[in-house]
Design a protein around this ligand. Structure first.
Ligand SMILES: *[C@@H]1O[C@H](CO)[C@@H](O)[C@H](O)[C@H]1NC(C)=O
Ligand SMILES: *[C@@H]1O[C@H](CO)[C@@H](O)[C@H](O)[C@H]1NC(C)=O
Ligand SMILES: *[C@@H]1O[C@H](CO)[C@@H](O)[C@H](O)[C@H]1NC(C)=O
Length: 462
């Protein structure tokens, strides 16, 4: 089947991005404040895993520190899902099981998407049925019972998260009332808790971040509080090209507080970044925010049809990708430009995370780790260019005082518009000899390519 990377199946409000965004000011790293050991919280992705095991070589998973997968057989060629036939469900279940096993092979957790098993994965016709139509829940109840039986029989419960419905706030995925979805939530939650108590439950999985005046968030929180169905993982998406996680978390906490729900579990942004942001700079922007807020993140996936189950959500490519010669089963994988950012993040950035702050007026972000012998700093923008900087502060604990000179190695991860092209590893830029002044060390960035990211390394002589 011919396939293309389209902008998306979803409606992408890319127009909301300012054209040619610029960056200025500085983001800050506090060398004297550690925030916990690295866990590569952002190294997850939705779909992207071929259904045939080992099709993509191990190193492409291990080098980036893969830790979270998500799928439910969506867009599997020639299938529609449970609502059309049991055979369709079976095919999608097998795809999900295969992706689960691949994820577990690398020690990751897996998020099951039952809405895709049902067949509400965006490509359904406008008159497709939904669970609970006309007050009849029998078909959904049967799907749940079937899934529970299949998951148990295939030893699929460990490390599993059940994301009750994908983006119910979009008509594209849930073309019914909010009330009907809340009933779906409650029914599914209580059955799962009873039958498979070890499975973690995730939601609400809205396409929009928490906001005080968002009716979906308001009604959901009021409902789960009284229904006693608070999720283990709070999920939402960051795929609108605007907004940020600092704001999202602040609104989330305010909303919880307003509904007297104590904060619990984890936050999982189980789809992040629009297609345009899947470049080295954008990758670092998201990694930095997720790490700062201790949220798990899974890369969004903008491939279509069979190719949705390939390419590790854009981290790898292969001959014929995005053309009429594309073959779902072909090998020959190579890394994309963005891959090298995740490889650096997943393979090199091990140790203690350092506290960071973004500059309130900029689109520039930073993630920093103190390893056993090096400080490693990853810097990137939300596809913006300009003159900006990373300021290191609190150097005294590492023996840096005003006047101390340090040698800084500088790497550039070069981004291009062709996301499927083979990407080179980072380019060594000229290293710099810099001096601590006024209690800080400034790493200046003169960014001409809005798609590039940078790494700075400073050897620690301890
Ligand atoms: C933002 O950047 C400016 C210019 O570098 C700097 O003076 C200011 O302290 C930064 N703000 C924050 C909150 O870090
Ligand atoms: C939602 O349902 C209405 C009524 O059946 C239909 O006209 C519309 O096309 C559907 N929208 C989507 C996005 O499926
Ligand atoms: C987050 O977005 C808000 C606007 O929604 C903006 O005021 C704020 O400066 C942003 N913060 C960061 C850290 O980007």
């Amino acid at each position: 089947m011919g396939t293309e990377y389209l902008q998306s199946l979803e409606v992408l409000p890319t127009e909301d991005r300012k054209p040619n965004p610029s960056v200025s000011g500085s983001a800050v790293v506090f060398l004297d404040q550690q925030t916990g050991e690295t866990q590569q919280l952002a190294s997850g992705w939705i779909y992207g895993i071929p259904d045939s095991p080992d099709q993509i070589p191990d190193k492409f998973y291990t080098e980036v520190g893969f830790r979270y997968g998500r799928g439910g057989g969506s867009q599997l060629p020639d299938t529609r899902g449970w609502y059309r036939s049991k055979a369709d469900y079976d095919a999608r279940f097998q795809s999900t099981l295969s992706n689960y096993r691949t994820t577990r092979k690398y020690g990751g957790n897996f998020i099951c998407l039952p809405s895709a098993l049902w067949g509400a994965d965006g490509g359904q016709p406008p008159d497709a049925p939904y669970p609970g139509d006309d007050g009849d829940w029998s078909s959904w109840d049967e799907l749940l019972a079937t899934w529970i039986k299949d998951a148990k029989a295939n030893d699929m419960l460990e490390g599993l998260v059940f994301d009750i419905w994908n983006e119910p706030d979009l008509k594209f995925f849930w073309n019914r009332s909010r009330e009907q979805w809340l009933q779906l939530w409650s029914r599914s939650y209580h059955v799962l808790r009873r039958e498979v108590p070890g499975v973690r439950i995730s939601g609400p999985c809205f396409s929009t971040a928490p906001e005080a005046d968002n009716e979906w968030w308001q009604e959901y929180l009021a409902f789960v509080k009284t229904d006693n169905s608070i999720p283990d993982e709070w999920s939402w998406h960051m795929e609108q090209g605007y907004g940020n996680l600092t704001d999202g978390m602040a609104s989330f906490r305010k909303l919880l507080d307003q509904h007297s729900i104590p904060e619990s579990g984890v936050v999982n942004i189980n789809e992040y970044a629009i297609w345009a942001e899947q470049v080295p700079s954008g990758a670092v922007w998201f990694i930095s925010q997720l790490e700062r807020e201790n949220a798990i993140g899974l890369r969004g996936n903008w491939a279509m049809a069979g190719a949705l189950h390939d390419f590790l959500a854009g981290l790898v490519s292969k001959p014929g990708a995005g053309t009429k010669d594309y073959s779902i089963t072909a090998g020959g994988y190579f890394p994309t430009a963005e891959y090298h950012v995740y490889k650096y993040y997943g393979s090199e950035m091990k140790g203690q995370r350092l506290k960071t702050a973004a500059n309130a007026t900029t689109d520039g972000e930073v993630f920093a780790v103190k390893g056993s012998n090096k400080l490693r700093i990853l810097a990137g923008t939300r596809n913006a260019k300009g003159d900006w900087a990373i300021d290191l502060k609190g150097g005294e604990t590492l023996g840096y005082t005003d006047g101390t000179e340090v040698e800084v190695r500088v790497l550039e991860f070069i981004g291009t518009d062709d996301h499927l092209a083979e990407g080179d590893g980072p380019k060594n830029l000229q290293s710099r000899r810099l001096k601590w002044q006024g209690g800080q060390l400034r790493l200046e960035i003169h960014q001409e390519n809005p798609l590039s990211a940078y790494a700075f390394e400073i050897a620690l002589n301890e």
